[in-house]
Design a protein. Structure first.
Length: 280
């Protein structure tokens, strides 16, 4: 196990409701390990956030101690593992609330697409997920979010109505097109560089288009998560991406374009497809 670069004063972090762990602590390994076993974070301290308050406390502490911060929900996008600083694990924050009246979902920082689909499907709704339902909604959306139905509906970030985010100064902010619009713009494609998102509100789409895409993503996820590399050795990201792409884009019997086949009439109706794209 990597030795810590320094011994941080963790007193202020005792307000955090979730675990606060350092290398050598029991559960430290579980707390830092995500999906991509080839890119393992080894921070000086990891916290398991249970809500926005924990993230506010963590970022205020990081600012006061000049400690670099990274975030992990699932570890699907852990391209640059950290070897010092603070890691905020959001995987406990999985709450999803679907509002069928407004056709929106409020999605917490650690929720995966599978959590959103489980909440939205009973209302005949689904979100613009990508090729895997195991990916985190926030990390995916902060990168723009290129959905299976991207040709019909554009980027998932275009459907976001608002974010709740803790900026590096430790302030919890609500941002939407009317409130702090530049922050809102930066979050829709700016990845994790401007703060730690605690939740977002996104529009949902009606079936059957979105549920067809969700079925594809679910099938991909089953295939991906059952492959030997997941538990035996670290999966090659290249292989995973190729695997997902090949199954997502395989032509259906009805059409050579599965996205067009899946979108059906909904893709021709006015709605998200007619929205102006976000500036990326
Ligand atoms: C099998 C597979 C299929 C995929 N398919 C698609 C696809 O179809 N379309 C597509 O667009 N992408 C796809 N991706 C890419 C995926 O969207 C990114 O890897 C995304 O970053 C995953 O986010 P995560 O939260 O699951 O991962 P994590 O590794 O937990 O997080 C990745 C990064 O996201 C940022 N982040 C996460 N949570 C927060 C937060 N709360 N606040 C601030 N920053 C945060 C951080 O920078 C973090 O380092 C796929 C990835 C995999 C592994």
């Amino acid at each position: 196990m990597t030795a810590p670069h320094h011994t941080p004063d963790l007193f202020a972090l005792s307000e955090i409701n979730g675990p606060v762990l350092r290398p050598g602590d029991r559960s430290y390994a579980d707390e830092v390990t995500g999906f991509n076993l080839a890119a393992l974070h080894t921070p000086d301290v990891v916290i398991g956030a249970t809500g926005p308050d924990d993230i506010v406390t963590a970022l205020r502490w990081a600012k006061a101690t000049d400690t670099p911060v990274a975030v992990q929900a699932t570890g699907h996008g852990a391209n640059f593992p950290i070897d010092h600083g603070l890691l905020i694990n959001t995987s406990r924050m999985t709450d999803v609330r679907t509002d069928p009246a407004t056709r929106t979902a409020t999605i917490a920082a650690g929720a995966k697409w599978s959590d959103v689909l489980a909440s939205a499907a009973p209302h005949g709704l689904a979100g613009l997920c990508g090729t895997s339902t195991d990916a985190g909604v926030i990390g995916y959306t902060l990168g723009g979010g290129l959905p299976v139905l991207g040709r019909a509906y554009g980027y998932a970030a275009d459907l976001v109505r608002s974010f709740q985010v803790v900026t590096p100064d430790g302030h919890l902010r609500e941002t939407d097109p009317q409130h702090e619009p530049e922050l809102f713009w930066a979050l829709r494609g700016g990845k994790g560089n401007v703060g730690v998102v605690t939740s977002l509100v996104t529009e949902l789409l009606p079936s059957p288009a979105s549920t067809a895409a969700a079925s594809t993503a679910r099938a991909n996820t089953r295939r991906l998560c059952s492959e030997p590399g997941r538990t035996g050795r670290a999966p090659s990201r290249t292989r995973c991406a190729a695997r997902s792409r090949s199954s997502a884009c395989r032509p259906s019997r009805r059409s050579r374009n599965p996205c067009a086949a899946a979108s059906g009439p909904a893709s021709r109706s006015p709605g998200p497809a007619t929205r102006p794209r976000a500036k990326h």
